[in-house]
Design a protein around this ligand. Structure first.
Ligand code: UD1
Length: 319
């Protein structure tokens, strides 16, 4: 069923949210609300996108969320405080935003009779599994507050469907990267940090031996899948899908690839492993391909080149 009318993206001024809004606008959607408290999101991420309005508000504020989602057909719930290590150091804010805030979003969507809610879940819910790739039927085993919080959001998504009939779909994002990912915090996604280091010609610090692996997924592929999840028939409601490519690369491989693209040699520094870190992560994308029509377009090399080009253009302020 296609998206008809108003669309709300919580976290819409953030890295993935603004990428999703750009894809929606490219598909012709013109009634888009970015709901964001601008804690890490930036108005500049939405510059030049037609048909989008920013509503500044916090997902913990039920009244603000209710006002934003009134009359919406589809809500993409991406607002969160991300980062595994941040959630270990500061568990209270991430608990309040990722669990309490998510509850308020589902509650407001139910009351507003929103047709479909797509929820940004996380691959971190799997923890360390004995077998790769990771399949939705595996028992979750969160290793950090962030992973537990994101998993709780999935449970709420499924309960809002089974108890109240709100059509939710949870997509477990696998290490999303691409343009507009902010590299400025130690909690930033590793590829934004790697890109920033590369362009500044500074060696990055790799936590551990660098042989941990991730299913790095280009932001446009994730955005495309979010839209497919919003448009799929009612049979997908209440379900959880992996939103990865199905590949995995070690940090050492990715840092090598970036140096090759840039034509430089900058050996990385190595430091202690990070608490709560998952060792290996790789999606089994079979279910998302079969039931949602997931069709990732970007190889890691293509995604890295595009990302690097974005950081390079108008470099100051980005790295
Ligand atoms: C986790 C989730 C991911 C989620 C993200 C949100 C897993 C497998 N993935 O990402 O789905 O979207 O949280 O924040 O749980 N690293 C370095 N040097 C750095 C920074 C990071 O070596 O400067 C390492 C980390 O120790 C880790 C890897 O890079 O091994 C990836 O880290 P990061 O980008 O923060 O993401 P995850 O914690 O894997």
């Amino acid at each position: 069923m296609s998206i008809k009318g108003k669309v709300v993206v919580t976290g819409g001024a953030g890295f993935i949210g603004s990428g999703l809004i750009r894809c929606l606008a490219e598909k012709g959607h013109r009634d888009i609300v970015a709901f964001d408290n601008l804690y890490s999101g930036k108005e500049a991420n939405l510059a030049g996108v037609p048909g989008v309005g920013l509503q500044v508000g916090d997902i913990r504020d039920f009244d603000a969320v209710a006002a934003a989602v009134a009359g919406a057909d589809t809500v993409f719930h991406l607002a969160a405080i991300p980062s595994v290590p941040r959630s270990i150091v500061e568990p209270v804010p991430s608990h309040e935003v990722n669990i309490d805030g998510t509850f308020q979003v589902f509650r407001a969507c139910h009351e507003a009779k929103v047709r479909r809610v797509v929820y940004a879940a996380s691959s971190s819910a799997y923890g360390d599994t004995l077998v790769l790739p990771k399949v939705e039927t595996m028992a979750p085993s969160p290793k950090s507050p962030y992973a537990a919080q994101k998993l709780m959001g999935e449970y709420y998504a499924s309960v809002f469907f089974s108890c109240y009939g709100l059509e939710t779909v949870s997509l477990r994002f696998f290490n999303v990267y691409g343009p507009r990912q902010d590299p400025s915090s130690p909690y930033s996604g590793v590829l934004s940090i790697f890109n920033s280091c590369l362009l500044k010609r500074v060696a990055p610090t790799i936590h551990g031996d660098g042989e941990q692996s991730r299913d790095f997924t280009y932001v446009e592929d994730v955005a495309g899948l979010c839209i497919k999840a919003a448009e799929a028939g009612s049979q997908v409601a209440g379900k959880v899908y992996n939103a990865g490519n199905g590949n995995r690369y070690t940090l050492n491989q990715v840092w090598d690839a970036l140096q090759k693209i840039e034509g430089v040699s900058l050996p990385a520094s190595y430091g202690p492993s990070r608490a709560g870190d998952v060792r290996d992560s790789q999606a089994d994308a079979t279910l998302a391909v079969a039931e949602l029509g997931h069709a990732p377009q970007f190889t890691l090399e293509e995604g890295l080149r595009r990302t690097l080009d974005w950081y390079r253009s108008g470099i100051s302020g980005k790295i």
